[in-house]
Design a protein around this ligand. Structure first.
Ligand SMILES: [Zn+2]
Length: 249
């Protein structure tokens, strides 16, 4: 199902709020440290799709550096051999190109997009959400933020909220990521033990959490999400409260 239109949970709030606070305040740290972009080996000249994505990623990282000061450098390593992951020893966020290709393939298989430009846009949306997710792990590590409960859920929610708050039409960006969780959920009809005990919440759960914040950010614009997904009014009300609480903190 595609919930994102054309042009135009919960209980994690405290942890998210904690992270957001750290994200937006300036810390008394050396101004030299920042998030950096790096590619392992140069792309083939004819790989214009990935090259264009790299350029978008550099913009996103610039934006991150404008709102966040960190005490030591963290490198976003593209073309990494594993990931997406954060390596606390190297202070690196690994982003493999295979991940990008998988995202593209999923969207294509589901006929999610109508043309190359749309495919590019939604792929960048998902990468942006993923960058913020891994950045959440990095912040917890380098700022030594204590996390009770599931770190994965906290950084997932952080990613959704940062995507919404740092983009003009952030709900649309977050919706691409949410729709991908949904597609991933569709791909897995059977659940293994690993799905239940693994670090990440089930894809559908990640999907609903994201939808909740998206709706909460602009209830009028996203009323249709609540209707299509048959989310109860009480639950929807909580989504709004949750988002407002985080935004005004
Ligand atoms: Zn994670």
């Amino acid at each position: 199902m595609r919930l994102k239109k054309g042009k135009p949970v919960l209980n994690q709030s405290l942890k998210v709020l904690f992270l957001i606070t750290f994200f937006f305040i300036s810390l008394s740290v050396s101004a030299e440290a920042e998030f950096k972009f790096k590619r392992t080996t140069p792309l083939e000249l004819d790989n214009q799709f990935l090259a264009a994505i790299d350029e978008e990623v550099k913009f996103i990282i610039q934006r991150i550096n404008q709102i966040l000061l960190i005490p030591e450098n963290v490198v976003f390593l593209f073309g990494a051999e594993d990931g997406p992951l954060y390596d606390p020893l190297l202070k690196q966020i690994w982003m493999p190109d295979d991940f990008t290709y998988e995202v593209i393939e999923r969207f294509e298989q589901a006929n999610y997009v109508e043309n190359e430009q749309e495919l590019f846009d939604v792929t960048v949306d998902v990468i942006e959400h993923t960058l913020y997710h891994e950045l959440g792990h990095a912040l917890i590590d380098i700022l030594q933020i204590p996390i009770t409960g599931r770190e994965e859920d906290a950084v997932d929610n952080l990613a959704t909220i940062l995507v919404i708050m740092t983009n003009e039409e952030g709900g649309e960006v977050a919706l691409s990521a949410a729709d991908l969780f949904d597609l991933e959920g569709d791909d897995r009809q059977e659940f293994t033990d690993e799905d239940y005990w693994g670090e990440h919440s089930l894809d559908y759960q990640r999907f609903y959490n994201a939808i909740c914040y998206i709706y909460g950010s602009k209830p009028d614009q996203y009323q249709y999400l609540i209707e299509e997904l048959a989310i109860t009014e009480d639950r929807a009300e909580l989504c709004i409260e949750d988002f407002l609480r985080i935004r005004t903190s």
